[in-house]
Design a protein around this ligand. Structure first.
Ligand code: ZN
Length: 475
């Protein structure tokens, strides 16, 4: 919900300004410009106090309309009111949905008379919404910006010129899109910006219904020509066409020309996108890159927060942009597995692989790439499919020092990579994390090796750091 396109006056909202002594005060967020209440896709219980009042919120610049999107049962009734600079409140007005499907509702309340700065919600009847999001809107409609004029308005031909393949993207007719309310400027895609929709995750309504809700809100409450995004990736990884990518949309204020908006449906602050979602987003990026010659790199795949300080596209998803790039480079499904690396984990008796007779079942095999697997419990056999290349492989198990080996995978072949690991014998004689010089020997551990030093200085204490598996001794 971060589509504050074309604001001639930025709405800066000071969130969490609590004037109501009963305010629950749970809504703390670094919101987007204009955002008033945001439950981040979660239940709105904490928004309302025992009497049903939400804490009032104030903007630093006036707005002419408050837009709301919420999920609630039929009997949930909300009211809102506005405040001016002096803190004079209007009467309460009922908030009637102008769009509704299943639990999802959209509405807006217009300021009457002078612009207002403050807004407050109250719950009049029914349970709190299961999700609520509101914003102050300072100007309605979608201006033509970035130097484009009417001569460059799109034609219907431009809308279909580079239609995405139907096995990759669900067309507008699949989700029952409304026709655009006005035409948008033509542009040539040269970069992609990722968003999230701040809707629930997991969601209880269908992806198509969620997309219809967003389109209705953008047209009816924001006054935009059409849905603000070019593409949406739902929680199953299915992709939905918003605006044609050949016209400007409304998803990054002042930076919509040549900029493709891809929004992941859901809230990705604490939840990461799935591998399937990343695969499909990578395939979409690969297609866009191919058709419009967009470089597949981080300079051309941005998060909304790269443009302006806000939460979008969520902390988790933001850190997955590199994963999307990697998939786009690999044709959308990641690098093709090319061969198997396999072996056993055995007790190292100092003879290398000449004596692998004692196995360490259940040992964990981890690769520098982040991939991992577990050795079988009986014979400690393991196998992992990997692209051709050279890998640093680490075997670990309780009671053993880590064993590290460099192994190479050859395309189309099985490559062996058995690893011996040494038992970790506590040189401190069972005294927790402390070894003592016994008059002849002191133990010193460096990295994963144990050294025994002669020691005539009885009484030195050796401390063990379990994280680094490291001993240090001092008097
Ligand atoms: Zn955004």
């Amino acid at each position: 919900m971060k589509q504050q396109e074309l604001m001639t006056m930025m709405v800066i909202v000071s969130l969490g300004v609590l004037l109501n002594a009963c305010a629950p005060g749970e809504i703390t967020t670094m919101g987007d410009l204009g955002e008033l209440y945001n439950t981040h896709g979660q239940k709105a219980d904490a928004l309302f106090d025992a009497n049903g009042y939400a804490a009032p919120v104030f903007a630093q610049s006036p707005f002419v309309r408050v837009g709301l999107m919420w999920d609630a049962q039929e009997d949930t009734l909300l009211e809102g009111r506005f405040a001016d600079e002096a803190g004079n409140w209007t009467r309460w007005q009922s908030i009637d949905a102008n769009w509704q499907e299943d639990l999802a509702h959209n509405a807006h309340l217009d300021v009457e008379g002078m612009n207002k700065l403050g807004f407050q919600l109250r719950l009049v009847a029914g349970p709190p919404p299961s999700r609520l999001w509101t914003e102050g809107i300072d100007e309605l409609g979608e201006a033509i910006v970035d130097g484009y004029d009417d001569d460059m308005r799109s034609s219907s031909a431009a809308l279909v010129a580079y239609a995405a393949p139907s096995d990759l993207v669900n067309s507008r007719s699949v989700w029952g899109a409304r026709s655009p309310a006005c035409s948008s400027s033509a542009h040539t895609p040269s970069m992609v910006t990722v968003h999230h929709s701040a809707t629930p995750l997991p969601d209880s309504i269908s992806p198509a219904a969620r997309v219809r809700q967003i389109q209705s809100y953008h047209i009816d409450s924001r006054g935009w020509c059409d849905i603000g995004y070019h593409f949406m990736v739902d929680w199953n990884g299915d992709i939905w066409q918003g605006r044609a990518e050949t016209v400007t949309a409304a998803h990054v204020a002042y930076h919509n020309t040549n900029n493709i908006g891809v929004s992941f449906l859901g809230t990705y602050t604490n939840t990461a996108a799935t591998a399937t979602q990343l695969d499909k987003a990578g395939a979409l990026l690969a297609w866009l890159a191919d058709v419009y010659m967009i470089p597949v790199d981080r300079d051309h795949l941005l998060g909304h927060r790269d443009w302006v300080a806000n939460e979008c596209p969520g902390e988790q998803l933001y850190h997955q942009l590199d994963d999307i790039l990697a998939r786009a480079s690999g044709g959308g499904a990641g690098p093709e597995p090319a061969g198997f690396l396999k072996g056993v984990v055995f007790v190292d008796r100092g003879l290398g692989t000449a004596d692998m007779s004692e196995r360490v079942g259940g040992a964990v095999i981890s690769l520098s790439t982040g991939a991992s697997t577990q050795a079988a419990s009986t014979d400690a056999y393991w196998s992992i499919e990997l692209p051709a290349g050279t890998y640093t492989v680490t075997a670990s198990a309780d009671g053993f020092l880590n064993g590290v080996k460099t192994c190479t995978v050859t395309a189309g072949q099985d490559s062996w990579c058995s690893i011996g690991i040494e038992p970790f014998l506590d040189p401190c004689q069972g005294e927790t994390y402390v070894g003592r010089c016994d008059g002849n020997t002191v133990v010193w551990c460096e990295s994963d090796r144990i050294y025994y030093w002669n020691c005539s200085d009885a009484g030195r204490v050796c401390a063990y750091d379990p994280y680094w598996q490291y001993y240090s001794c001092r008097r």
